[in-house]
Write a new protein. Sequence first.
Length: 136
Amino acid sequence: MYKELVTAAKVEKLPVVNEFIECLLADMDCSPKTQMQIELVVEEIFVNIASYAYEGEEGETIIRGRIIEDPSGMELIFMDKGKPYDPLARMDPNVNVSMEERNIGGLGIFLVKKNVDAIHYEYKEGKNILSILKNF
């Protein structure tokens, strides 16, 4: 069963989002490393939505989360009604070149992809929907 958080898409709401995630993880037996990976992913996704989805207008973010028993893990779904944007369509940055040689942007979603076991995006019924799965 999913638990849901609806909050304003504002960077200042990140502590509320983090508290929601901590509550989901409270009874789970996941390593500190896994918990840190989940927190990094959540922060990156939420801050991107808060910073870019609504282009300076007011909006909200819906986060649904659930713990999965077999195999043990967590599924998180981020939804917003901002402009359509598929973060997975962007090519991964070349991390083998110096910072000066890299194109700007894309490193955050690259880190998200590297820290989850599955990620999926769709635009449906006027919403960006980004789903992630992290196995414990």
